[in-house]
Design a protein around this ligand. Sequence first.
Ligand code: C2O
Ligand code: CU
Length: 479
Amino acid sequence: MWTYGGTYPGLTIRRPTGQTTNVTFTNNLDPAAGALTVHNHGNHSSPENDGQPDDFLIATGESRTYTYTGLEDDANERGTMHFYHDHRMDVNGRNVWMGLAGLYIIDDPADPATLPSGAFDVPLAIADRQFDANNLIPYVFNPNGVTGDRFLVNGVYQPYFDVGDRKYRLRLLNASNARTYNLALSTGDSFTQIGTERGLLPAPITRAVMRMGPAERLDVVVDFAGRLGQDVYLTDTLTGVQLLKFRVTQHLIDNSTVPPTLRALPDIGEPTVTRTWRFDRTDGHWTINGLRFDPNRIDAWPVLGTTEKWIFTNPTGMAHTVHIHDVAQQCLSRNGGPCLPYETMKETWYLDPGETLEVKLRFTDYTGRYMLHCHMIEHADDGMMTQFEVVAPSRIVLAASGRKVQGRQTVDLSWSGASSANIDIFRDGALITTVPNNGSYTDSIGVRGGNVRYIYKVCEAGTQTCSNEVTVRFGGPPR
Ligand code: C2O
Ligand code: CU
């Protein structure tokens, strides 16, 4: 396998919150593997430390040090389990399949100290692989997702774990490229879910079966009391496979407790901007809003310090796991109704065919580019990924309106507040022209049918000082 530090999963990094952590990665792989990039999934990293898919790469034989501050919005990051993994454009699925993934745990003294800890706090990364006759794991790209028929927990096939008859905290990660699990206990006992990807829930929730899509994490407590001498299996009800055997071999005193309240959600304000992201299939490829990933295209420019509502839809026949980098998201609604009670604040969301999910998020600390993609990694490699750029609040104000001139879609732009001699005009993230800063420009796009949408912004020429963005639609209501 390809590994981080010689093991699969890679070396577990465990750090107290609020402490700056530097992690240096060296690319010792065969040159055929190409350049690498490492994303600390779930962490609030600055853009240059976030593992950009086509930028800040680690070339063969080179090293790169990533800095994680442990801070978020002027406070300590919340305690949780992240995972770090490769994020290289086009070959992300191959690189993760070959083994480039590891765990990153943040311990937070603000979390209740009575939860099971130490030897009773156990991270479990679940992943499937396909082995060939030589016990190798060749990767064969399939845009619908690469899965295997063997199941590994922390890299071990058919594992067992000796436990005492007491409570354990299990930090579950679905480290698979594309497979979804429905987790249950063979005894029929329930899990007590205490947390998600982004830390503890407001209160614990009892669940008998838990769906977990790629990159989702479930922080749960399982109680083996009364099971001394028994074997208890963690099973996947979708395949019927026993993923992990707990052998309850020891009587132990249990002084841990799960408090009735755990951790309140942060107040991130009310959204002022709404965006819709359609996880779709277009011209035979996985897309977002009809477009495949292009490292040179940015699809949204949220403003630092503001809160937005993002709506995710899935008109396709396959499930997707929506993952947003940078900041956590809080659920507003699912399918027009209430959120699932255990999905209060997350960063990877399961979206079944036909579903709609509304979340809100507030952009804090960093300006710059971040990813948004499906975490069924082959879907992302096939194109279901895009990027947004958090921008500083602007003094440049842009207005835009569309009209038809002899059938041609035409957009009148006007702006104020820019102080440069020239102005760059962007349509859908691409620079279309640079014009004198006289406050207006008319963009004659052409004759196009159907419902189309253009996003405009203007910037002081050659700089990152930009306006708000304005969406102009032609041909009917938004889809
Ligand atoms: Cu775990 Cu953008 O990824
Ligand atoms: Cu997908």
